[in-house]
Design a protein. Structure first.
Length: 308
C-alpha cells in the first residue's frame, strides 16, 4: 500500500460518512452528489481492501478497520483545518471561532467581566470559555502546549521553549493587615514578623514560593494559620482578623477601597511578582490569537494602571 496513490479528498468523504452514518447526509455535508460519494467510498474500499462500512437499520455502520482509521483521520483533518485557519485573515465581527482562556484567581474579577463584555462588543458570534487554572494541575502545561487552552497566566519558572509569552504585570509584594492591627504604629522587627500569623491562598503557589524563599533568607519564620481556596477572599479575611497576608501591591490597592486594610512596613525586602500571558508557539502568527492576546493585555494593563 502506497499512500502517495491515495487521493486525500477521499479522507474527507470517509470522515463525513463515519460521522453522519449516511451516504446521503455525507453528500449533503460535502455538497456532493450521492453517486460521487458512493464512487469515492468504492475507491477507498479498493485502496484499503476493506468494506469500511456496512448497512444496518438504514445506517452505514463502520467496520473494525474503519473504526481504527476514524480517529487518526479526524485528527489529521483537524490539524490541516487549524493550520489553514491561522493563515486566513481574522475578522472578530464575523468569526464563530471558540477561544479557551485560562486564568488564575488573581485575574478572575479583573479579567472575566471585561473580556466577556469585549467579546460581546467586538466578536459577538465567537465563543469564549474561561477556565480557572491551577499551576499544580499536571494537565495545565500540556493543555497550553497542544492548544487546548489557548492562553493562560504563568510565572516565568513554569514555561519553556515550546511556549511564547508576554509580561503583563510586575509588581512588588507587600504585607497587608487590618486597620488597628497590633503591629501597626511601632517598629516591626524580624522577631515581630515571625510572631505574626498568615493567611495564604492554596492556588497562588508561585507567589507563596517567592515569599517563603525571601523570608527564609531574611531569617524570618512564617506561621501559616489559615489557607483559603483563592486570593480573592483574602482582603475580607484580613479585615476581620489579626492575620497578615502577602499580596501584590496593585491587587491590594484595588481592595483597599472596599476593605479596612493597609500595608505593613516590614524589614524584609520582598521580591517582585511577575506574571506573563503564555501560549504555545504554534499560535504566534495566528491572527485570531493575536487579537485575543492584545485584548487580554489591554484589559490587564488598564486595570493595573487604574489601581496605581
Amino acid at each position: 500500500m502506497n499512500i502517495r496513490n491515495l487521493d486525500l479528498n477521499l479522507l474527507l468523504v470517509f470522515d463525513a460518512i463515519y460521522r453522519e452514518r449516511s451516504i446521503g447526509a455525507a453528500a449533503q455535508k460535502l455538497d456532493l452528489s450521492q453517486p460521487a460519494v458512493s464512487n469515492a467510498l468504492r475507491r477507498l474500499r479498493d485502496f484499503t481492501g476493506d468494506a469500511l462500512f456496512f448497512r444496518s437499520d438504514n445506517k452505514m455502520m463502520p467496520t473494525r478497520v474503519a473504526t481504527a482509521l476514524a480517529l487518526p483521520i479526524r485528527h489529521a483533518l483537524s490539524s490541516v483545518e487549524g493550520i489553514l485557519t491561522t493563515v486566513r485573515q481574522f475578522d472578530p465581527a464575523t468569526s464563530t471561532r471558540s477561544f479557551r482562556v485560562g486564568f488564575n484567581d488573581l485575574y478572575r474579577m479583573m479579567l472575566a467581566p471585561a473580556l466577556a463584555n469585549l467579546f460581546e462588543q467586538e466578536a459577538p458570534n465567537a465563543k469564549l470559555e474561561m477556565v480557572l487554572q491551577d499551576i499544580d494541575t499536571p494537565d495545565l502545561l500540556t493543555d497550553i502546549r497542544n492548544g487546548t487552552i489557548e492562553t493562560a497566566f504563568l510565572p516565568a519558572a513554569h514555561f519553556d521553549e515550546t511556549m511564547s509569552h508576554e509580561v503583563l504585570t510586575e509588581e512588588p509584594l507587600v504585607f497587608t493587615v487590618r486597620h488597628g492591627h497590633p503591629a501597626l504604629g511601632k517598629p516591626v522587627t524580624k522577631d515581630v514578623l515571625s510572631n505574626l500569623r498568615h493567611v495564604v491562598a492554596s492556588q497562588n503557589h508561585a507567589a507563596r514560593t517567592l515569599v517563603e524563599d525571601a523570608l527564609r533568607k531574611a531569617g524570618v519564620t512564617r506561621e501559616i494559620a489559615c489557607v483559603m481556596p483563592d486570593v480573592s477572599v483574602i482582603p475580607a479575611m484580613v479585615e476581620v482578623t489579626n492575620l497578615v497576608a502577602v499580596t501584590g501591591l496593585a491587587f491590594i490597592r484595588r481592595h483597599m477601597r472596599d476593605h479596612a486594610i493597609t500595608i505593613l512596613d516590614a524589614p524584609v525586602a520582598l521580591p517582585r511578582l511577575r506574571s506573563s500571558l503564555v501560549w504555545a508557539k504554534s499560535f504566534d502568527e495566528d491572527q485570531g490569537h493575536k487579537w485575543l492576546r492584545s485584548r487580554i493585555a489591554q484589559i490587564v494593563k488598564t486595570a493595573i494602571s487604574i489601581s496605581n
